[in-house]
Ligand binder design. Structure first.
Ligand code: MRU
Length: 363
């Protein structure tokens, strides 16, 4: 997608600098900063500190991390160590495990001398495939938006939570891809953007939508229920960090509450995801490890002040603080899963119908 008229992906290999270029998302939407990652510690920090974030982007970044490890030391021990180190960075998004397992399976049989080149090529392939999957998700999600517009004759109001946009992926986004495609096709859309405390990923979504000229309104997380009750939301589309083969959807904390409100108000609740986000090993979402992040993300807020970034305390000193980063929406609250192969029911039958070869491999 474009930033100030220049086409970007959210990460790219910089041949000149011989390192991975990323957009440091901690500074968005206030500053657009590119940084280069050139050490294993740099990769670990980039993911744990959420300089890069979003399930598909974490997966792609980790593949480049393995490539870096293979350049430094292409031995079996180094391959295993890189995989283990990167896997520990964040526990919930399954794309990380998916990408690292794919790297291991591809590289382990190769002679050491061939591993770096093969790892880099694989990382490029994972990045390119992500973009292609997101484009297909957009194509399959677009008719859902068009149908509402044709039925109502009015702009389609879509609520989204967190950032499942182009910077959470390599490009185009998952939940945003149908929105961008609908907007580009001339269908009038308006997006309610949940702020998404504590990291305020909604600000990233708003920044993206503004850059692409998509009408939107930034709202506090708790506004969604009111908006749905009052008929001001036609559909909800979110992304996901891990969806079980049974269709339970793990996504940014607060997603479940939106799904409950959508169910109560009869608003369709869709989840957009590429197949690497499906965890075929789990049926029940209660088994997913929910990341708990540091208390300071909740007890303090950071924003742009007159002199640059400013952090202020919001909770009383001494109060206990909890910071669960994700929650699980049960499959029964999900109207449909929008994947690169089409829209299906949030169920084992639905997912295995679209991806029989993947479902079969897990069995
Ligand atoms: O903690 P984050 O910002 O990495 O969480 C991201 C989300 O929850 C997204 O909604 C999800 O990864 C889908 S991204 C296409």
């Amino acid at each position: 997608m474009k930033v100030d008229g220049t086409q970007y992906r959210s990460l790219w290999w910089d041949d000149d600098a011989d390192s991975l270029a990323i957009i440091d998302q901690r500074w968005l939407p206030h500053a657009f900063r590119i940084e280069h990652v050139r050490t294993m510690k740099g990769f670990v920090d980039a993911i744990t500190e959420m300089r890069v974030r979003g399930a598909p982007l974490i997966g792609a970044t980790s593949a480049y991390g393995v490539a870096l490890a293979m350049r430094i030391d292409p031995s079996d021990a180094s391959l295993a160590q890189a995989g283990a180190t990167l896997l520990e960075t964040r526990p919930t998004a399954v794309n990380l495990r998916w990408a690292l397992e794919r790297c291991r399976a591809t590289l382990a049989p190769l002679p050491e001398g061939a591993r770096f080149e093969a790892a880099l090529e694989l990382a490029h392939r994972i990045a390119d495939e992500d973009v292609a999957m997101n484009r297909a998700i957009g194509a399959h999600g677009l008719p859902l938006i068009r149908e509402i517009h044709e039925r109502t004759g009015a702009p389609v109001n879509i609520l989204t939570h967190c950032n499942a946009g182009w910077i959470a992926t390599v490009d185009l986004g998952t939940a945003t891809s149908p929105i961008y495609q609908a907007h580009d096709a001339g269908i009038p859309v308006h997006v309610w953007v949940d702020e998404t405390r504590p990291r305020n990923q909604g600000a990233l979504t708003a920044w993206e939508l503004a850059a692409h000229g998509v009408p939107h309104t930034y709202v506090v997380d708790n506004a969604g229920g009111l908006l749905m009750q009052r008929g001001r939301v036609d559909m909800v589309i979110t992304g996901t960090d891990r969806t079980t083969r049974g269709g339970d959807v793990c996504n940014k904390v607060g997603t479940y509450l939106k799904a409950l409100a959508a169910y109560d108000s009869g608003v369709p609740f869709y989840v957009a995801l590429p197949s690497p986000t499906i965890d075929w090993t789990l049926t029940d979402g209660s088994e997913i490890v929910i990341e708990e992040r540091e208390a300071r993300e909740v007890s303090h807020v950071t924003g742009r002040g007159a002199d640059g970034a400013t952090e202020v305390a919001v909770s009383p000193p001494g109060s206990a603080v909890g910071n669960w980063a994700f929650d699980v929406t049960p499959a029964r609250l999900v109207s449909g899963l929008v994947t690169e192969r089409g829209v299906c029911a949030a169920s084992e039958t639905g997912l295995s119908g679209l991806f029989p070869e993947l479902a079969g491999r897990a069995a």
